[in-house]
Design a protein around this ligand. Structure first.
Ligand SMILES: O=C(O)c1cc(C(=O)O)c2c(n1)C(=O)C(=O)c1cc(C(=O)O)[nH]c1-2
Length: 256
């Protein structure tokens, strides 16, 4: 599948895919639309950004990290199945930890402060781009309001996360003198957490989305999530690369 192609639409075809067929369709959509293809990531991983631009990325991405446990909690609140809740609450524990400094959100904060940002500024989210905040909130609302199949399918971008994380860690360590292995420590546990979570979510969606309508909704949910991630990078590019329009009140790098 290529990026501009319309989404597979079993509902329009009037025929349900097999569970394996649905898994293949979801993988194809993610591979075509994942944020690994975004030009901002090519610049970030290729060492072509200034420290200030990398700071802007970390500050904005904090909003995403902070939204993730809220959307996971919204999902748990809607589950009737204790087995699914047990599985999903592991995600909450991964992001929030069992105490301050232990979970993914705080580990992202450590990444941001290691890059020279002020912790309170990052945590406050007021200097994030408006589009970042809108995109993250759209993800939380989507998960809270749509069907459980759509809510779970929207997490499936994580199928593709390990590959981009490897590229990012490798590229940033090689290309930026201000980045060390300690800076990027956030990503190490993600390399095992993301595949575990994503495979469970993929199995669940393929097991539970059996009608053509449910399958089309699952595919559209994954595309929506790809749009969330893409929109955040579009906003970063517009503000900090070209044309360089930083919205009023948003973070201004010292080296800008
Ligand atoms: O580094 C990345 O490119 C990337 C991507 C994604 C993703 O695909 O949504 C997640 C993460 N990282 C991540 O660290 C993370 O905790 C996470 C949770 C989720 C989710 O939708 O539940 N996605 C992602």
């Amino acid at each position: 599948m290529i990026r501009g192609e319309p989404l597979p639409d079993p509902a329009a075809e009037g025929t349900a895919l097999t569970p394996d067929g649905l898994a293949a369709a979801l993988r194809a959509v993610g591979e075509a639309r994942y944020h690994s293809h975004h030009p901002f990531h090519h610049l970030l991983h290729g060492g072509e950004l200034t420290k200030g631009q990398v700071q802007a990325w970390a500050l904005n991405r904090y909003c995403y990290q902070a939204a993730i446990p809220r959307k996971d909690a919204a999902l748990i609140a809607r589950c009737d199945d204790p087995a699914l809740r047990r599985e999903w609450r592991r995600r909450l524990a991964d992001h929030d930890g069992d105490g301050p400094g232990e979970g993914g959100v705080d580990r992202w904060l450590a990444l941001a402060t290691d890059l020279g940002l002020d912790a309170a500024t990052v945590r406050g989210q007021q200097q994030a781009l408006p589009a970042t905040r809108f995109a993250c909130e759209a993800y939380v609302r989507f998960v809270a309001e749509r069907s459980l199949v759509e809510a779970i399918a929207s997490s499936l971008t994580e199928l593709f996360a390990p590959q981009i994380i490897s590229q990012r860690v490798h590229g940033m360590l090689a290309n930026y003198s201000f980045v060390s292995e300690a800076t990027l420590a956030y990503f190490t546990p993600r390399l095992t957490q993301a595949p575990r979570d994503a495979e469970h979510a993929l199995d669940w969606v393929c097991e539970h989305a059996r009608t053509p309508e449910q399958q089309s909704a699952a595919i559209a949910a994954l595309a929506f999530k790809c749009d969330v991630l893409w929109a955040m990078l579009d906003a970063l590019h517009h503000a900090y690369v070209a044309p360089g329009h930083v919205p009023p009140g948003a973070f201004v790098p010292e080296d800008a």
